[in-house]
Design a protein around this ligand. Structure first.
Ligand code: G3P
Length: 229
């Protein structure tokens, strides 16, 4: 399963890229606004830090303008993926980008029917928003199960299921069990995935016991040092 990070904050991206666990980045107009950056500059810098797919979203809502914006964004770097909303105009633009060899992430997907249309339009990624469905009392993960099952019936569908609007590590684990290809994680959720109280407790006990031995892995024991001298 691929892990993308859902932020436009360069500091967070740089920090988490050092783990070697990042396969890509997703951004959206809200995240760009939150980062307080010029979009073109931010995407350029993100693409330099993370070699994997970096999603940059168009802000136009009409086909011709979406295509012009997407072509501009795609020129920033080879790893830019154009994000379009799941609207009729967005899917028309998706088809055009795919004919031009540009990868597309179709975003704001909230139903299996929409996901089917995105696959038909040749989307590289479909982004169902699980957290926002949960927020309104629906079952976000049930949508992922539906899309994965539906796509599996048609081996010719190359569209990857990119689980978005992730709120907690549980979403990621469920998505992996269902066979979703990618999850895009807010930095806090990725950090949460490393944590377990028993890991902290166990590590503390190991270190306390180790300290009692007076040993150091990198320094030879005193007796051995005397013999060497
Ligand atoms: O980038 C799209 C998606 O992940 C947004 O998530 O938390 O704003 O619902 P959220």
């Amino acid at each position: 399963m691929k892990f993308f990070i859902d932020t436009a904050n360069l500091d967070e991206i740089r920090e988490l890229a050092t783990t070697g666990l990042l396969d890509g980045v997703t951004t959206n107009p809200t995240l760009i606004a939150k980062a307080g950056r010029n979009m073109i500059d931010a995407i350029k810098e993100i693409c330099e830090v993370v070699p994997g797919d970096v999603s940059a979203e168009v802000t136009a809502t009409e086909y011709q303008s979406m295509v012009r914006e997407g072509q501009r964004l795609a020129k920033i770097a080879k790893n830019v993926v154009i994000k379009v909303p799941l609207t009729m105009e967005g899917l028309k633009a998706c088809k055009t980008f795919r004919h031009e060899g540009i990868k597309v992430n179709v975003t704001l997907c909230f139903s299996a029917a929409q996901a089917l249309l995105a696959a038909k339009a040749g989307a590289t990624y479909i982004s169902p928003f699980v957290g926002r469905l949960d927020d309104i009392g629906h079952d976000g993960m049930a949508l992922i199960a539906d899309i994965v099952a539906m796509y599996r019936n048609f081996p010719q569908i190359a569209t990857e299921v990119l689980v978005a609007s992730v709120r907690n590590p549980g979403h990621v684990v469920q998505a992996a069990k269902m066979g979703a290809h990618v999850a895009t994680l807010p930095p806090a959720v990725l950090k949460q995935m490393f944590q377990h109280p028993l890991t902290d407790k166990g590590l503390k006990a190991f270190l306390d016991d180790w300290a009692k031995t007076g040993q150091s892995i990198l320094e030879a024991p005193k007796a051995a040092r005397r013999e060497q001298a």
